[in-house]
Design a protein around this ligand. Structure first.
Ligand SMILES: Cc1cc2nc3c(=O)[nH]c(=O)nc-3n(C[C@H](O)[C@H](O)[C@H](O)COP(=O)(O)O)c2cc1C
Length: 194
């Protein structure tokens, strides 16, 4: 849960999704980013040598949850067309997992542009599934483009791929999501299927 606002739109939407997960027989752990103390990446790059992050904070249990879970759901509002800083810090700290996979345990013969390397490095076996729930106040077509791209890169070192998304525009004030005609129902049904 990537919003700093507990009980806000993202939280309510994610809870509907998780009710669906539960009713579908799934088990889950909800992690609210605002409960955690996760520093931003310092780019010390020690992770490129040891495959782990040296900053001693709440990111460490998150690494193991991300790696051990069968599936991942990311729920977030749009903040300046990107992720809230707390969630972006978590994403950036996954550079340690990227280093583990691509520097310490690299797939052979990677060359070309960053985009090409990224695509060629995707391991297709044992991919875990991920789902994303995004919402924002404005209504533009490209509102979530940046966040969706970040999510794809975030999931790659986790050997996860995005298999579904729900995107809601024009959701601004706390509780607006409750007034949306279909959002909570869509989230519940998506969670149940997921
Ligand atoms: C710091 C900040 C930046 C925001 N930037 C955007 C934005 O770029 N685009 C947008 O559509 N909404 C933006 N919003 C609005 C939120 O996405 C919107 O109010 C959302 O419903 C908040 O979700 P929450 O209740 O789960 O926190 C921003 C809100 C805040 C507080």
């Amino acid at each position: 849960m990537g919003s700093p606002r507990k009980g806000g739109n993202t939280d309510l939407l994610l809870d509907a999704f998780l009710r669906g997960v539960k009713d579908g027989g799934g088990e889950f752990e909800k992690v609210s980013i605002s409960d955690l103390n996760i520093s931003s990446c310092r780019e010390c790059l020690v992770c490129e040598d040891i495959g782990d992050c040296v900053i001693p904070d709440d990111m460490h249990p998150v690494y193991s949850k991300l790696l051990k879970s069968d599936k991942i759901v990311i729920a977030s509002p749009s903040f300046f067309y990107g992720f809230p800083a707390q969630l972006k810090a978590l994403i950036d700290r996954c550079q340690a997992l990227w280093a583990r996979k691509h520097i310490l345990d690299p797939v052979p013969s990677v060359s070309g542009s960053g985009e090409e390397r990224y695509k060629r490095n995707i391991r297709t076996t044992d991919q875990k599934e991920a789902f994303v729930l995004l919402l924002g106040a404005t209504g533009g077509k490209d509102l979530f483009d940046g966040q969706l791209k970040t999510i794809r890169y975030f999931l790659e070192p986790l050997d996860a791929s995005l298999t579904g998304s729900l995107l809601f525009r024009k959701i601004e004030k706390q509780g607006d999501i409750l007034r949306h005609p279909t959002a909570l129902d869509e989230a519940y049904r998506a969670g149940r299927k997921f």
